[in-house]
Design a protein around this ligand. Structure first.
Ligand SMILES: NC(=O)c1ccc[n+]([C@@H]2O[C@H](COP(=O)([O-])OP(=O)(O)OC[C@H]3O[C@@H](n4cnc5c(N)ncnc54)[C@H](OP(=O)(O)O)[C@@H]3O)[C@@H](O)[C@H]2O)c1
Length: 325
């Protein structure tokens, strides 16, 4: 079968199309004929060696997300049958014509959803849902700051914040087109963080208080400024760590102490199976009810994986980016 394997850590160019054997299914596993492989920011980081490979050595097949059709079922799998359309988070191997998934990780797909849309659900959609459920709730904050609000996770966060009853959603992004999209999908305020005065715009949008919850994936200057925008008693949830060269500095610690703030980390892969099992049906209810718009317009042939990852990194994408094997 065709697959995209990572052969080194020199960036997206290290991702190469190869012919390899189909993976062999074990007990409690499902073999999926992949129709859409989801690209995640983590894949881009992985091509530079900036993301854990979870013990795998190069070459290995990239890809944490796959949507397609169940072709084989291992003993012990009871939640789907052969021929069913499904999506799944996989520990690797999503960028291929066939991928293995644990039976418990598989999401049966409702009708009316394209495979490209479905590929956004297992990681980006579920990460956004569980981040809000476990790192932000149970008390709905009166405001939340969403960075990269038109990205894969960002668009879900903007829409799901509404579902969780969060008061004001302030979307940040780097272009007017992205900001317009975030606004259309429910953001109350959309602010371009390439403008020098963007932190003041956020302060004005919160009557000078700052935001109750900062969802922090960005680093560098945007990350530092966002940190300062947390309100008295607020929370900073860090879920992306690229370029976090500095440890938390003294000024930030003083801010946390004197403003009674908390700082939290969030990683979807580190949730317990129970947390995922209790969240997935609730999230899928929203998808099934058509309450979430899924944007999956960037579709590339499998062979163009490197081009697709470069496009994600060039900030030219909105919503989901997928490969079609
Ligand atoms: N902790 C977890 O469980 C978890 C799970 C999933 C994803 N994540 C993290 O969530 C973030 C979003 O992931 P995603 O897969 O949905 O990707 P994504 O947001 O679709 O990624 C592309 C967007 O990221 C923004 N961006 C910010 N800084 C950037 C930079 N230095 N270079 C390129 N783009 C930059 C750009 O939006 P603008 O142009 O608007 O800035 C760009 O369009 C990533 O940091 C990822 O690692 C964490």
């Amino acid at each position: 079968m065709k697959a995209i394997q990572l052969h080194g850590f020199e960036g997206p160019g290290s991702a190469r199309l190869v012919d390899i054997d189909r993976p062999k299914r074990g007990a409690n596993e499902i073999l999926i004929e992949v129709k859409a492989s989801g690209i995640n920011y983590a894949d881009a980081l992985q091509t530079y060696g900036k993301y854990p490979t979870f013990g795998k050595e190069v070459p290995f097949t990239l890809g944490f997300e796959a949507a397609g059709i169940v072709r084989e079922l291992g003993p012990g799998v009871t939640n789907v049958k052969i021929g069913d359309p499904v999506a799944a988070a996989v520990s690797s191997g999503g960028y291929a014509e066939y991928a293995l998934a644990a039976g418990a990780a598989v999401i049966p797909l409702p009708s009316g959803l394209s495979f490209a849309e479905a590929a956004a659900l297992p990681i980006q959609g579920m990460s956004a849902y569980t981040m809000l459920k476990y790192a932000v709730m149970p008390v709905a904050p009166s405001s939340v700051l969403v960075q990269a609000a038109a990205g894969g996770v960002g668009l879900f966060l903007v829409q799901l914040a509404r579902h969780f009853g969060i008061g004001k959603v302030i979307a940040l992004a780097s272009s007017s087109e992205k900001l317009q999209l975030a606004k259309t999908l429910g953001a109350d305020e959309s602010i371009n963080y390439t403008e020098a005065d963007w932190p003041d715009q956020v302060r004005r949008a919160t009557d000078g208080r700052g935001v109750d919850v900062v969802l922090q994936m960005s680093t560098g200057q945007v990350g530092k400024e966002s940190f300062k925008l947390a309100a008295q008693g607020g929370r900073i949830v860090i879920f992306g760590a690229e370029n976090y060269h500095d440890s938390i500095n003294t000024e930030q610690v003083r801010q946390l102490i004197w403003q009674n703030q908390t700082i939290a980390g969030f990683a979807f892969p580190a949730l317990s199976p129970i947390q995922i099992a209790e969240s997935q049906p609730l999230f899928m209810d929203l998808v099934r009810a058509g309450k979430l718009r899924i944007l999956a317009e960037h579709v590339f042939p499998l062979a163009d994986a490197a081009v697709a990852i470069e496009m994600l990194l060039s900030r030219k994408t909105m919503g989901k980016v997928v490969l079609r094997p």
